[in-house]
Design a protein around this ligand. Structure first.
Ligand SMILES: [Zn+2]
Length: 487
């Protein structure tokens, strides 16, 4: 009860929710944005002391067969906040522990968001592998405050972004299919139309397969805004005379709209693992694959047939990770490089080198110590048994396409020892464009200026490979800083 000892009156507001609905429940052409639901107050009339809320999470689709770690989303409104009084918010049943791993955000207007201070959060007990944590904060307003596990990025925000570029000559927006519940899955293609496509190469990017991973959407917005800014188009700096971007910004639209954390509404499909190949061809997918996956596959097939070919494919996610992890891409090829008995042959090594190079180029374009290649926990299992998109790319294109899952994190993921914000994600979008331009120079055009640095050798690239929980480089820096602080 120490929790309450300084309060004159305890107001148990309370108890709900969830994993929140980000849009509305219409099954097709959703038009009206729905607000974050309020945590419902069940007692009390006036208050002078602390106010408490409980936010109780449940599984996507109430499906208790799903991994507990999938519980990674909540977004609610607090009503009745009193300026200067302590608000106490109990988050119950999160898939990851609070404290330094989950540092939620708050907003006074549901538009501009701020991170809580990690000191505002205390981790409570773990129940059945689910974490409970408490946020304590004196807000600067009375009335409404919105809180979310991470910066929200709604379906409507993407719609507005695409609307902005509807008439842009460098952009083409098309519907490539419909979700299980009938919502449009859109693709935006970006290139300089005054140069013939036949001399270009394609980059495939898709994002937001997992609805809670909003960081991936901010990256996409940063990328699109950068590619279509007047200065980029006028200067030719993004090499849009040589590259066509085919971007699917939001794969699991139903999950985003209905506020799921990871899987599709209804079916509970994890769309990341539903690229189930036809046994004979390995290029076609099974007829039973979900429509979101089939829509992307159909678009890739059509674009490939039409030409030009793809040289890179990014699958963008946003992970709960140890606080000192930076953004990274997953590889399945380190073990191939490391062993004499090369399961994936020379092409496996070649793809690994390209992945390392991409990490180096991302770091060069962003800031030192910012981007790595990491082994997937599944990386020792044969890719031929996997059903994620990179397995499809590998089996059909080998090292011709630098295919990888890019994971940004929600921890200290920027260029400094600070928690990442959506602005870092925007910047990472621009960074992808800069890295892709160089990747194209090195591996497609094979032509670059001296000051652009030639591709390094393996020994120069291996420092971009990391494994284990910590980012050792950063830990060293931190240790040094602590030492100097002591002095
Ligand atoms: Zn993900």
């Amino acid at each position: 009860m120490t929790l309450f000892k300084n309060t004159k009156l305890i107001f148990m507001a309370v108890v709900l929710i969830f994993i929140f609905n980000q849009y509305d429940y219409a099954y097709s052409k959703p038009k009206k944005e729905k607000q974050a639901p309020a945590a419902v107050q069940t007692a009390g009339e006036s208050m002078t002391g602390s106010i408490e809320w409980n936010v109780v999470m449940h599984d996507d689709n109430n499906n208790d067969k799903l991994s507990k770690q999938f519980r990674t989303w909540w977004y609610v409104r607090l009503d009745g906040v009193i300026k200067g009084n302590e608000s106490v918010i109990h988050i119950q049943g999160d898939g990851f522990k609070g404290g330094v791993i989950v540092v939620p955000v708050y907003s006074y207007d549901n538009e501009i968001w701020h991170r809580f201070n990690p000191k505002d959060i205390t981790s409570d007990e773990i129940t059945d592998g689910l974490y409970n944590y408490t946020i304590r904060k004196k807000f600067n307003v009375s009335g409404k405050v919105w809180i979310a596990r991470y910066y929200p990025y709604q379906y409507s925000r993407l719609e507005n972004l695409l609307k902005k570029y509807k008439k842009d000559k460098f952009a083409k927006i098309e519907k490539i299919g419909a979700s299980a519940q009938g919502r449009a899955i859109k693709m935006i293609s970006i290139t300089d139309p005054s140069f013939p496509d036949k001399n270009k190469r394609r980059v495939w990017i898709h994002s937001r397969t997992h609805p809670s991973e909003t960081g991936s959407s901010f990256i996409i917005e940063g990328l699109i805004d950068y590619l279509l800014s007047e200065s980029t188009k006028c200067s030719g700096i993004a090499a849009l005379d040589k590259i066509i971007y085919n971007i699917v910004p939001m794969v699991n639209v139903d999950g985003v709209v209905l506020g799921n954390a990871r899987v599709s509404p209804g079916t509970s499909y994890d769309l990341e693992r539903m690229w189930i190949r036809d046994k004979k061809t390995q290029y076609e997918l099974r007829e039973t694959c979900p429509p979101e996956v089939k829509a992307m596959h159909k678009a890739i097939k059509r674009l490939n047939k039409k030409g030009p070919a793809f040289f890179a494919a990014l699958n963008i996610h946003s992970k709960n990770a140890a606080p000192l992890w930076r953004s990274f891409i997953y590889t399945n090829f380190y073990s191939n490089f490391d062993k004499k008995n090369k399961v994936y042959g020379e092409q496996g090594d070649s793809l690994f080198v390209k992945q390392l190079m991409f990490a180096k180029l991302m770091t060069d374009a962003m800031c030192k110590d910012s981007f790595y290649v990491r082994p997937s926990f599944e990386s020792n299992a044969p890719i031929s048994k996997k059903t994620f998109p990179e397995a499809w790319w590998w089996i059909n294109y080998k090292d011709k396409v630098m295919a990888a899952t890019l994971e940004t994190t929600s921890g200290s993921d920027g260029c400094y020892e600070e928690l990442i914000t959506y602005k870092d994600h925007f910047h990472m979008g621009r960074t992808i464009a800069e890295a892709m331009k160089m990747l194209s120079k090195y591996y497609v055009e094979q032509e670059w200026f001296r000051y652009e640095n030639p591709p390094g050798e393996m020994k120069d690239l291996l420092p971009y490979y990391r494994y284990g929980k910590k980012n050792s480089k950063t830990s060293d820096t931190k240790k040094k800083r602590k030492k100097s602080e002591k002095k």
